[in-house]
Each structure stands twice: as C-alpha cells, then as structure tokens.
Write a protein that binds this ligand. Structure first.
Ligand code: NAG
Ligand code: NAG
Ligand code: NAG
Ligand code: NAG
Ligand code: NAG
Length: 484
C-alpha cells in the first residue's frame, strides 16, 4: 500500500474505493467441546492477564467466568437489525427500508451502561473538520456530543488508525479531554496498510459493524450499510477479541506471533457460533484481516468471502464501492485475482447467477472498468453463463456537489442464496493482505420463523438498489465519463 498518503488523498482514496466444507457443529457438541477447552481457556486467561498491558480504563480483564457465561448467553435472544445511511435526497420505489445508522448509534449510546469500544479509521464528525457549513452535519455533530458526554461517565475506548499530522484531530482531542481512552494503531508501520475497520462493542453485549466511518457524511451524504446486534454477549465477546487485538497493537506497536491465546476464537467458518437471531436458529462468525492480525481460530476475511462464494448454489449478489483484481497500492503493480477467479468459477462450474453493484463517481479509478467489463463479458444465456455488472451513482445537487468526498455508495456486502456477509473492506487485494478490516457472516438456512431472515432482508436491499434508477448496466461500450 502507498505510504505517506496525505490526508486529502487518504480520504480521497477512501471515498474512491469506498468505492466449505462446513461442519455445522450442533449446539450440544459445541457445549461439550467448550467444556473440554475450558481448562485451556483458564490457562489462557492467566496468560492474558500477564500479557495484557494494564490500562487506566475501568475495563476488567476478561475472566474465566466471562467465557463460561459466554456459552450460556448464546441462548440469549440476540436481536439483529440491518441499518443504512441513505444519502439526502435519494428515494427508492420500494418498501425496503431499515433504521438509519444514526439511529443505531444513538440507540447504542443510550443503551451503554459500562463500556463502549470503537474501532475506527478516522474521525470527522463536524462541519469544522471538513470546512463545510452543511445542515446535514447535524447528525454527526450530535454523535460526537453524546460520545463526549458518555466518555465522562463510562469506559470509552477508541482504537484509531494513526492520524497524519494534516488530518483533523479535534474530535479525538475532545473525546480524550472528556475522558475517553484513545490508542492509535500505526498500521503504516505494522503492515503498510490502514486500520479500516469500523465497529462498536457496547457493554460487551451489543455490537455494530458496517461500512460507515466516524464521519458526518457517512450519516447523511454517503450510502452505507451495517448491522446492529443487540443483547448478544457471545458475539460481542468475540468481536471484543478483535478490538482487544487493535488495542494491544496500539500499545505494543508490533504484531505478536503467535497471538496470545486470549485472542483466539472458537468460532469460524468451520465451527460457527450457534445462536438464535430474532428467534431464528443461526450460525454466525466474524472474519478479520490482515492475516497477521488473526489469532488462532479466526477465519481470514478473504477465506470467508471465498467460502461463502463456494457455498452459493443459485446466486451471488455483491455490492461494494470498489472492485479491482489487483493490489491497488503495490509498486510494482501486481495482479490479484483470488476473488475474481472465484466468481468466474461459480458462474461457470455451478451456473451461479452473479451480480455486482459497483459505485461510480467523479473519483472512480478508470482502471476498474476494463476489469469489470471483463467480468461482465461472462454472459451467455445459451451457455447459462450469467454474470452482470451495474454501476450505482448517487446523484448530487449543485450544493451537494460542493461537499468533498460525499455522494457515493460506500456499502460493502454480499448476499447469496444462503448467506449474508457484511463487511468493512474494499474489494481489492490490499484489503485482504495489509489492511485491517472485519466482517460478520450470518447463516440462517434452517429458518422456520415467520420473520424474514437477514439474508432475505439483505437480498431485498440489493434488489432495491439494483433495479432502481440509480443503477445502470455496464455494457462493453459504456463510457465511464457518460455514466458517472
Ligand atoms: C478504500 O481504500 C482506501 C485505501 O486504503 C481506504 O483509505 C478507504 O478507506 C477504503 N474505502 C473503503 C472504506 O472501503
Ligand atoms: C490525551 O490526553 C493526555 C493528557 O490528558 C495526553 O497525555 C495524551 O497524549 C492525549 N492522547 C491523545 C490521543 O490525544
Ligand atoms: C434487550 O434485552 C432487554 C432485556 O431483556 C430488553 O428489554 C430489550 O428490549 C432488548 N433490546 C433489544 C433491542 O432487543
Ligand atoms: C448453514 O446452516 C445450515 C443449518 O445449520 C447448515 O446445514 C449449512 O451447512 C450452513 N451453510 C453454510 C454455508 O454454512
Ligand atoms: C420510481 O418510479 C417512477 C415511476 O415508474 C420513476 O419515474 C422513477 O424514476 C423511479 N425512481 C427510482 C429511484 O427508481
């Protein structure tokens, strides 16, 4: 990845890119397995206590009882909600709507009683940060205000990619002064990447994960998608381990190898966490990147994407800001086709219908188009080859055009006939090799509930966007300049 990216370019880059063999482990088996590892965990806890730097925050170090109660809490009625930011002025002819990310963050802050941990890329929640005078910064400014109030009352920890000198740091300064604990993770030094993850863990019980940055524009001017899971301490404990890894790196500034056992997980693509989500039996896990940040047991983000694709039988729908079969930031240039190959394979070997909804705006890199056209050329109804690509454009009024790095579809998710995958990474090689990101993978195949599954809700979001006037098919002779 390019090093020394000045802030403007970083945000530019951000906005531009913003643009199995699965053994379902029965709950009972899981319990037995857990019991047998309990001893190991106890030892791990002891090691954790030795290795975890003492912090001034009131966060208790995880105790063995946490791990034991973790299992019991998996029968907790976890409540999962898709959340979206729909940019000002965007209107769909569809009944598919979800609560806003602003609403989700507000709810989470009002639920918080003891702790709030946030993994973040950068912070620009106010007009002052972006040099704008936009009424739609109000939501972001409200979030910052509430966060600073909370910082004086409960433990607020923030892991953030080490800001460049030129980046606005007022938000972090305010939060620090209000009592939050902040650690900067020097990804440039650690992996030549960035900390691109965006998630929240509240009271070790509720979580948020999704595409929105801690940026006012992510609440009102950029299209984003995320998910909140309430009352789900087992999942929150697992996401908490990814947070603890960032927190640890913020202090040590070097990557342990291997990671201490306290960072290990039992839940991954082969042995997902079994839990009820909205009363529907579900199997769920969290994946993470880069590989060097994955402790024992953690599925790497690329592996989870590939395995979700391998498992698809009828369709794979993907909505990401940027899609490139390359290492975007490497010099010399490097081709990177892991995902691209998997899509072509699914289309050819299993006749899976593939749809890619990619973002297109003034800052889109032209090099994306020949590769997307190449994918879209894998289309021949007679041979049952069905790959299609559309470009999503968020329109902007003259005033909205003045807002820097806004008005774009920034979401990053995939939905197949079985699985919902909600992530934080751009889809190019760097994001799986050097950049920190994470994703939630949900399987509710066994649903007998009346309530629509997360998979079907996500599919409806995709179909709404795909069939809206905001998306245009990418044809072989399409000209980028005419489209975006
Ligand atoms: C895409 O890539 C750039 C480069 O690292 C990054 O700055 C940006 O945050 C990414 N956009 C997203 C969120 O996908
Ligand atoms: C937070 O404030 C303390 C002093 O109160 C200062 O030493 C520290 O560097 C600040 N941290 C950040 C990240 O601004
Ligand atoms: C979480 O659980 C509490 C206690 O059972 C309940 O009152 C609350 O409504 C739940 N929250 C959500 C969002 O489901
Ligand atoms: C999803 O869950 C069902 C039921 O537990 C299971 O049979 C299936 O293998 C799972 N699929 C994937 C891709 O995990
Ligand atoms: C909604 O439907 C109307 C009538 O068919 C059409 O004119 C309009 O462009 C549609 N809007 C979107 C966003 O699809």
């Amino acid at each position: 990845m390019k090093t020394d990216i000045p802030y403007n370019q970083l945000v530019d880059v951000e906005r531009r890119r913003q643009a199995s063999n699965r053994k379902a482990v029965l709950y009972s088996r899981c319990v037995i397995a857990l019991a047998s590892v309990a001893t190991v965990l106890l030892a791990a806890m002891a090691l954790y206590n030795l290795l975890t730097p003492r912090v001034s925050s009131p966060h208790p170090a995880p105790s063995s009882s946490l791990h034991l109660s973790q299992r019991e809490s998996c029968s907790d009625p976890c409540n999962i909600v898709l959340v979206e930011s729909i940019p000002e002025g965007l209107e769909f002819n569809s009944s598919t709507t979800h609560p806003s990310i602003f609403q989700a963050w507000t709810n989470l802050m009002s639920e918080a009683r003891s702790s709030l941990d946030i993994a973040s890329f950068y912070w620009t929640l106010t007009n002052k940060d972006t040099g704008t005078q936009e009424p739609t910064a109000y939501q972001g400014e409200t979030v910052l205000k509430k966060l600073s109030e909370l910082s004086g009352k409960i433990s607020v920890r923030i892991a953030v990619n080490t800001p460049q000198q030129s980046q606005p740091q007022d938000n972090l300064r305010l939060l620090n002064d209000s009592g939050a604990n902040i650690r900067t993770v020097n990804m440039k030094k650690l992996t030549s990447g960035v900390l691109h993850t965006k998630f929240w863990v509240v009271d070790k019980k509720h979580i948020y994960i999704g595409s929105a940055n801690m940026d006012w524009r992510s609440l009102t001017q950029v299209k984003e998608l995320g998910v909140v899971v309430y009352n789900c301490s087992c999942l929150a404990a697992d996401l908490g381990k990814i947070f603890e890894a960032y927190w640890f790196l913020g202090d040590s500034q070097s990557i342990p190898s291997p990671w201490p056992n306290s960072f290990s997980t039992l839940y991954n693509k082969d042995t997902p966490l079994q839990l009820p989500l909205n009363d529907t039996p579900s199997s769920v896990y969290l994946s993470s990147s880069p590989p060097s940040f994955c402790a024992a047991g953690r599925t790497q983000d690329l592996q989870s994407i590939v395995s979700v694709m391998e498992d698809a039988e009828s369709f794979i729908y993907i909505a990401v800001m940027n899609y490139l079969p390359t290492m975007e930031f490497s010099h010399p240039k490097r081709y990177w086709a892991d995902i691209d190959t998997q899509l072509r394979r699914a289309a050819y070997e299993r006749r899976v219908k593939v749809r890619l909804l990619i973002s297109c705006w003034a800052s889109t890199q032209p090099v994306m188009f020949p590769f997307l056209k190449s994918l879209a050329s894998v289309y021949d109804p007679k041979s049952k080859l069905d790959v299609q690509v559309r470009l999503f454009v968020v329109p902007a009024s003259p005033e909205q055009k003045e807002i820097p790095f806004a008005r774009v579809n920034h979401n990053k998710y995939m939905v197949t006939d079985k699985i919902a995958y909600i992530g934080t990474s751009n889809w190019s090689g760097d994001y799986f090799v050097s950049t920190a990101g994470s994703a939630l993978v949900v399987n509710q195949t066994a649903s007998e509930s009346q309530e629509p599954t997360v998979q079907s809700q996500l599919k409806a979001v995709f179909e709404r966007d795909w069939s809206s006037d905001y998306s245009t098919p990418l044809t072989q002779d399409a000209n980028l300049r005419d489209l975006c």
